[in-house]
Design a protein around this ligand. Structure first.
Ligand code: SF4
Length: 477
């Protein structure tokens, strides 16, 4: 099976403007959500898909803009939580007259596939998005419209999903799952009389659109020649916004659930400084790039100087990419090699290194080694996210327990024991993890409206008791 997280976009221009340049800019502004492949779809044409970054295809932009000229479009950037990075697995996907782009993971795809009459797919070739699309198309023809179809599908489907759809009769739809795991926003560009839905508001800013609001969990938006229409396919009273979006995944310029990500991250740093007031440190440095605002907040709160002790080599092949979302271990190692310590800043200092998460520990280990080589006297590492101990089945790639730095092979461990085990394995002098209460308070969203499953192992918000599967079973590699 193939499952994706990714970023999605849907655009409809009521003035008939060709929105292809807009979707390209929007996808580029969501590139941090997926760097493996991208694609767009317009009515009555097979989707266009490419591997790699959107900018890799810049020489084609003129031709694409002409050949796919359309006032309506959906788009997708992909990183795989399951399945290989092939063009075949890239999105949008087309089923009959419906094209679909998906951000999230369908956790019960085997079950769902039985409803569409197929149960013989292999991890390498099938997609949870495709199964969901096939079922949705069947439900639309049974029920007559999209909202009725989704209100049936939501009870059959377990998982996280933000979908954008485009139909051959020229309507763009956007739907967000009832718990709101993954983000989605609605914007409007007055000058072109154009609506845009996207995973993050960074995509709205990139095309000059104003953010109007978050798409509500359980809401279906339709953009067509009738303008913007909204209906509900679910009225879940409780939500489970992914807390990891706030510390790592989302773009710092984005606004999500009423909070700006940069401001939230700086605040997380402030709250962490109160939890771990390491007063004898000489300086606070971030692991570039997503931990920078938290490190700044931490340093300001503690009154310890902030500095850049680690720099990414932006000119190397993989330097500007993000190590966590690269699918292959060798790629992650290559990225870490291009995080360069500044000896003149580090030498002889007690440094507090702030990082946004500690997943496999690969990056932390490499960074601590590099800091030691640069002469650090003492290294305290503070992580803005609580210990990650369980796989995510709602769209983020921590697929198997044994890959996590906290893996204890079935042995019950206290927080202190886990922290000590990880501290030793990464080679830091001190390690401090954030906790869910502190994190939620810093973000300013009630803890019970957020998902912390990868830290707690409580899968109630997804409604599943997962069988923990190996990476090979999940990714087919
Ligand atoms: S399990 Fe973790 S990464 Fe997955 S949605 Fe929940 S908080 Fe986000």
């Amino acid at each position: 099976m193939v499952k994706e997280n990714c970023g999605v976009v849907g655009i409809f221009s009521l003035s008939g403007t060709n929105v292809i340049p807009m979707v390209i800019d929007a996808l580029r502004a969501l590139q941090h959500r997926g760097q493996e492949a991208w694609g767009i779809a317009i009515p009555n044409k097979p989707p266009l898909k490419r591997l790699g970054l959107v900018s890799d295809a810049s020489s084609e932009f003129k031709t694409i803009t002409k050949e796919y000229a359309s006032p309506s479009v959906i788009g997708h950037v992909r990183y795989s939580t399951m399945g290989r990075s092939t063009l075949e697995n890239a999105q949008p996907l087309k089923v009959k007259d419906l094209c679909i782009a998906h951000n999230g993971t369908i956790a019960n795809v085997q079950e769902l596939s039985n409803l569409v009459g197929g149960c013989s797919f292999t991890p390498q070739t099938s997609s949870d998005t495709l199964v969901a699309a096939q079922r949705l198309v069947a439900l639309i023809s049974e029920n007559g419209n999209m909202v009725k179809a989704l209100s049936v599908l939501k009870n059959e489907m377990v998982g996280s999903y933000c979908f954008t759809f485009i139909t051959d009769d020229n309507s763009v739809y956007a739907a967000r799952d009832p718990k709101g795991f993954r983000p989605m926003v609605l914007g409007y560009k007055e000058i072109d009389n154009t609506y845009i839905v996207a995973s993050e508001s960074s995509a709205l800013s990139a095309v000059g659109a104003e953010m109007q609001r978050n798409v509500d969990p359980g809401e279906l938006i339709r953009l067509s020649k009738n303008g913007m229409e909204t209906e509900r396919f679910s009225d879940e009273p409780t939500h489970a916004h992914c807390s990891f979006e706030f510390t790592y995944f989302a773009h710092p310029s984005s606004n999500m659930e009423g909070t700006n990500i940069y401001v939230a991250r700086k605040n997380i740093g402030k709250f962490l400084a109160r939890k771990f007031p390491i007063k004898d440190a000489d300086l606070v440095i971030p692991v570039p790039d997503s931990a920078r605002p938290a490190a700044l907040g931490y340093a300001q709160e503690l009154g310890v100087p902030f500095d850049e002790g680690l720099l990414k080599d932006r000119y190397s092949k993989k330097g500007p990419l993000r190590s966590f979302i690269e699918p292959h271990q060798s790629d992650r190692i290559e990225i870490n090699r291009w995080i360069i310590p500044i000896k003149e800043i580090i030498d002889g200092q007690h440094v507090i290194v702030i990082d946004d998460s500690l997943v496999r520990g690969t990056s932390s280990k490499a960074i601590i080694k590099a800091l030691r080589r640069a002469g650090a006297k003492k290294i305290s590492m503070v992580i803005t996210y609580p210990p990650i101990k369980f796989p995510c089945y709602a769209g983020i790639d921590f697929p198997s327990k044994e890959e996590l730095a906290t893996f204890s092979d079935g042995k019950e461990m206290t927080l202190e024991e886990t922290t000590e085990m990880v501290r030793q394995s990464i080679g830091a002098d001190f390690l401090g993890y954030n906790d869910a209460d502190n994190l939620a308070a810093a973000i300013g969203i009630p803890k019970d409206s957020m998902c912390f499953t990868c830290s707690t192992g409580n899968y109630d918000s997804l409604g599943i008791t997962p069988e923990f599967r190996s990476r090979i079973e999940m990714k087919g590699e």
